[in-house]
Design a binder for this molecule. Sequence first.
Ligand SMILES: [Zn+2]
Length: 288
Amino acid sequence: MSTPTIVSFAGGATTGEGMVTRVESGPDGTVVVVDATPFHPVDHTWPDQPGDAGAIAAGDETVPVVEALMAAVSDESEFAVGSDIPVKRGTEGWTWLVAHRIDGAAPAWLDKGSRVRLSVDGSRREGLSRGHTACHLASLALDLAVADLWRKDPGADALGNPDFEGRANQSSRIHEDGAVDEYRLGKSLRRAGFDTETFAATLADREQRINAQLTGWIAAGATSRVETEGPTIVDRRRWHCELPEGEAVILCGGTHVGSLSEFSSISVSLDLTDPQLLVMTTTATPVV
Ligand SMILES: [Zn+2]
C-alpha cells in the first residue's frame, strides 16, 4: 500500500529531503515520486497554478525537474499521472501523490529507495505565489465592483459580497506575476439575475473600481497565508487574507505571498470583445 505524499509548500518551503518511492517512465518522460516534497504540483482537475520546477539531487548528482504534477495509485495498483488520472482529487480508493517530471530516462542513482534532496526554483515559485494571491484579490475586487448589478442574490463570496466569481468563472490561469480569468456571461448568468447589459455599458468604470480597490488593499499591507487540515497533498488547504473589510478565506490548493506589502501594484484589464466572455487579465508588480 502507498501512503500519500507529505507536502511542505503550504508553509512556504522550497527545499526538503525524501525517499524515492516510485519511478515510472512514459511517453512524456519519467516521473519520480518521493514520500515528502516541497514541490507544489499542478492540479489535474482545476489546473490554475502551474507546478513548480527545480531539481532532485543525491550526492554530487542532480537532475532537473521540469514540472511537478499530481499522480495517483488505485487500490488495484493502477498508476496515473496528471490529466490521465480518471477520478477527482481525493476520491476514495486512490492514494494521492506528487510526481516530479524529468526529461528522458531516470539516471541510475535515482531509483526506488534512494534518499534525495529536493529544491524548488525559488524565483519562479515567488512569481507564481504573487500571481496566485493577485488572482484571488482581483476576483474579490471584481465581485465588489459589480455587486450593484445583481437583481437576485447569487450567494456570498469570501468577503460576503455577491459571488460573481463563483457564478461565472470558468477558467483561471496563473503565471508568474499575473493571471488570466475567464467568465461566462451567457443566458444562465442573466437568468441568475446579473445585469450584463449595464455591465457591458460601464466596463471602463468597473475596471477602474477594481484597480482602486486593489491599490487600497495593497496599501493596507494585509497578511496572507495558507492553512492546512493536514500534511498530505490531499488534505484541504485554505488561503487566508486579513483585508480591512474582513478576513477572506478561500479553499485553495496553491501557494501565496506572506503579505500584500510584497506588491508594489496589482492591476487588471477587462476585455469584453466577445460579449459572452469576460476576460480579466491581472498583472502584479513586486516591490523591488
Ligand atoms: Zn487559489
